[in-house]
Design a protein around this ligand. Structure first.
Ligand SMILES: *Cc1c(COP(=O)(O)O)cnc(C)c1O
Length: 395
């Protein structure tokens, strides 16, 4: 156990040493521009081709259908805006869900301001989207369905294959934000009928600032970045070669070890969930008990503020998150927790702990020792809790 415990892997992961090692020569020795014709350039091109092949293999895709981007956010923007704009003649209706990442939700809001109709499908109490609801929402104007593979806050895994079968039958494009899913949920773009898929390396032990969008051959997605002829004329800008090499290595490692990764993390996750449920009163597990990412733990503790708990944990050397990293810093409760039906005051008391490859049982046991005491202490200071207990009310 180190001096601090990192339990925020859904926000970002460290880069694995094997990944960093493959990246390093591309900063200092093999720094050629992949578009250059000389030997420096050719070496870079070869490294980029390998990364593309590794990425394609992890998704059962064709390497020609993989396009590198600067982030998961860029991949989501490209997929949703690109598909909407390129298919506008067919219709102006998009279907998504209320629990998507803001990279998809805010992009859909933007499209609404520009003449598109967007249906935001509700989810059940576990955060699951009903595939039949997707079917029923499709009209003759629908051009795109975007449903995330797994949720970044509560870890719920969606019925992607069922949704893909429906969109294929109806002739509608299907995008999935798989940023949280890579390395935990096996992906096969053909078997699942996925047309567009977003991913980002820093969520699976690769570097930050690099992502990819899978675009199935023949699928129209308008170009977002105009300029040079990079990425087969579809995404301009000199490629971030070290990061692309890192993404390739990281996704290869992640895809090879999905069962092992899940077995290791699930053991820790279940220990943490069972431990919290048995030691903390008024604790509610958010998300589905089984259909959830192996590394995801998300709880609401009634009568306390998630932010206060987060700070107390940080003082004890435990790094978690409340809501999602993107919304931390605002006092709005998470849109995901509201979407699964939690009232505002309960959604405020949420804590997300997301496990990673380096976490140990010892660390989990330390969390289980510290967390109940912190919750107890915060509740003792909470007027709501004292009111409910019939104790003294502090105002
Ligand atoms: C992190 C994340 C993103 C954004 O990826 P960035 O690389 O940080 O831009 C998008 N969707 C989901 C589900 C995520 O978890």
């Amino acid at each position: 156990m180190g001096d601090r415990i990192y339990l925020d892997h859904a926000a970002t992961t460290y880069t694995k040493p094997e990944v960093l090692e493959e990246m390093l020569p591309y900063f200092t020795k093999q720094y050629g521009n992949p578009s250059s014709v000389h030997s420096f350039g050719r070496e870079s091109r070869k490294a980029m081709d390998l990364a593309r092949e590794r990425t394609a293999k992890a998704l059962n895709a064709n390497p020609n259908d993989i396009f590198f981007t600067g982030s998961g956010t860029e991949a989501d923007n490209w997929a949703v805006k690109g598909a909407a704009l390129a298919n506008r003649k067919k219709g102006n209706h998009i279907i998504t869900t209320t629990i998507e990442h803001h990279a998809v939700l805010h992009t859909c809001n933007y499209l609404e301001q520009n003449g598109f109709d967007v249906t935001y499908l509700p989810v059940d109490e576990y955060g699951i989207v009903d595939a039949e609801q997707v079917r029923n929402a499709i009209t003759d104007q629908t051009i795109l369905v975007s449903v995330m593979t797994a949720n970044n806050e509560i870890g719920t895994i969606q019925p992607i294959k069922e949704i893909g079968a429906i969109t294929r039958e109806k002739g509608v494009l299907f995008h999935t934000d798989a940023v949280q899913a890579i390395g935990s949920v096996p992906i096969d773009v053909d078997d699942m009928n996925i047309d567009l898929l977003s991913l980002a390396a820093h969520k699976f032990y690769g570097p930050k600032g690099i992502g990819a969008l899978y675009i199935r051959k023949g699928v129209k997605a308008q170009q977002m970045l105009h300029g040079g002829a990079q990425e087969r004329n579809r995404r301009a800008g000199t490629e971030n070669l070290p990061a692309i090499v890192g993404l390739g290595k990281a996704i290869e490692m992640a895809a090879l070890d999905i069962p092992g990764h899940n077995a290791r993390l699930e053991a820790l996750r279940n220990r943490l969930i069972t431990g919290i449920l048995s030691t903390v009163e008024h604790a509610r597990l958010n998300g589905h008990p089984e259909k959830r990412l192996s590394g995801n733990v998300n709880f609401c503790f009634e009568f306390i503020e998630g932010e206060a708990l987060l700070l107390s944990l940080d003082i004890k050397g435990i790094a978690g998150s409340s809501g999602s990293a993107c919304t931390s810093g605002t006092l709005d409760p998470s849109h995901v927790l509201l979407a699964i039906g939690l009232p505002h005051e309960i959604a405020h008391g949420s804590l997300r702990l997301t496990l990673g490859e380096q976490n140990t049982q010892e660390e989990i046991d330390y969390v289980l020792e510290v967390l109940p005491q912190l919750v107890q202490r915060l509740r003792e200071m909470s007027p709501l809790f004292n009111q409910q207990k019939g104790g003294q009310i502090f105002v």
